[in-house]
Design a protein around this ligand. Structure first.
Ligand code: GLY
Length: 384
């Protein structure tokens, strides 16, 4: 009898756990569509795009010089692929062409984010050379920031650092790899590989957690300071920084086939997996002493999930399992906003810059972008 009761209890628990799991199907995409459509309706500016939203401050709209400018267009391109709905193609085109000036910027390292997520997806999906030319120009602009003595692309022009390089900068290399393949000119790839090598040598600690900012001496080419800007402390493991590193070295392995980058990605993955909480959604900083009573960063989780889908193609299924668990969590009502809430953004509970008291526990356009990219990679995986 006792056994029967235990069996009934376990069976009920199993059903309860599984019934709370979200099915990622056409109805689910239609729900995402309704939500993002609300965002599009609420932010009709002809030049600016939405970055974040809060009840108190409303929408933060930004122009083509902001590092996040390419994510709304990129999200709408992914929505077009996920739903096949032509309205998303229209929104994606409108939000890509708003960024016309971005390709000429030489004052930022973020051109990979800004251009490859918008124009990159636009060209991949449409094959229209107008988008291709913008990517080629952006790569030309980006490599003006490369210093051969340091062996890196300079990240920021602001602040007191001599030559700051942030871990996020690994994300701008994919566009350079692409440009070398497209033009047949190896110089972009050479710069990307040199940047990845210098970063691998100087940005990582023993446990493969990474510093956020490393600043170099431009005469000697040596690192002089290792600090944080958006993390808890200079020695802490800032959640999104780890995700950028994981994604960046996974891409660098894909583009070079060099085992050392796969090893780096797997070691970063091990550090992340050892620090993720039960629901697999990163804390904003893995060393916050207030854990578990502190903020999650759904943007870090979305980037990590997307990277894990790709990494699993090259190595172990354990990364696929981790990606699936992260996506399941992000797709639950704990993180995915109800239709009409959250200003129309998909994910809640992201952290932009906590030490700067900016964008804390809010939606962020890049969280939505990498979440949709993860969903697309998940779908591609299942259909292969
Ligand atoms: N690349 C800036 C950030 O991750 O906040």
């Amino acid at each position: 009898m006792k056994r029967a009761i235990l069996f009934y209890f376990l069976a009920t628990l199993f059903v309860a756990c599984n019934s709370s799991k979200v099915e990622i199907n056409a109805d689910f995409y239609s729900k995402l569509s309704d939500q993002l459509n609300y965002l599009v309706q609420q932010t009709p500016d002809s030049l600016k795009v939405p970055r974040t939203y809060s009840e108190e401050k409303g929408y933060k709209l930004i122009g083509f010089k902001d590092w996040t400018c390419g994510f709304p267009a990129g999200s709408y391109w992914y929505m077009y692929e996920l739903t096949g709905n032509e309205n998303w193609k229209k929104a994606a085109i409108e939000n890509t062409v708003k960024l016309n000036g971005v390709q000429y910027l030489t004052t930022t390292h973020d051109l990979g984010f800004m251009v490859f997520c918008s124009y990159g997806n636009a060209y991949r999906i449409t094959g229209d050379t107008i988008y291709k030319n913008a990517i080629l120009q952006a790569s030309e602009s980006l490599i003006t920031r490369f210093n051969p003595t340091v062996g890196c692309i300079k990240s920021w022009d602001h602040g007191d650092w001599q030559f700051p390089v942030i871990i996020d900068n690994m994300m701008n290399l994919e566009m350079l790899f692409w440009t070398s393949k497209e033009t047949g000119n190896p110089k972009y790839k050479d710069i990307a590989v040199t940047h990845a090598n210098t970063t691998l040598a100087n940005h990582f600690r023993e446990d493969m957690s990474s510093y956020h900012v490393v600043s170099y001496d431009t005469i000697t080419g040596q690192p002089v300071v290792k600090q944080t800007h958006q993390g808890l402390s200079d020695d802490s493991s800032w959640g999104r920084g780890q995700a950028w590193g994981l994604y960046g070295y996974t891409v660098t392995y894909r583009e070079t086939g060099d085992q050392k980058y796969l090893d780096a990605a797997e070691k970063i993955a091990a550090h992340i997996l050892a620090n993720l909480p039960k629901d697999m959604v990163s804390y904003w900083d893995f060393n916050d002493p207030k854990i578990p009573e502190t903020y999650r960063d759904a943007s870090a989780a979305a980037i990590t999930a997307s990277a894990f889908y790709e990494l699993s193609k090259y190595t172990s299924n354990k990364y696929l399992d981790a990606a699936e668990k992260i996506v399941a969590s992000l797709s639950s009502e704990k993180y995915l906003a109800a239709t009409g809430a959250n200003g129309g953004f998909l994910l809640e509970h992201c952290v932009g810059h906590l030490p700067g008291n900016s964008e804390v526990d809010v939606p962020l356009n890049y969280a939505d972008y990498y979440y949709l990219e993860a969903l697309k990679r998940k779908r591609d995986f299942l259909n292969k």
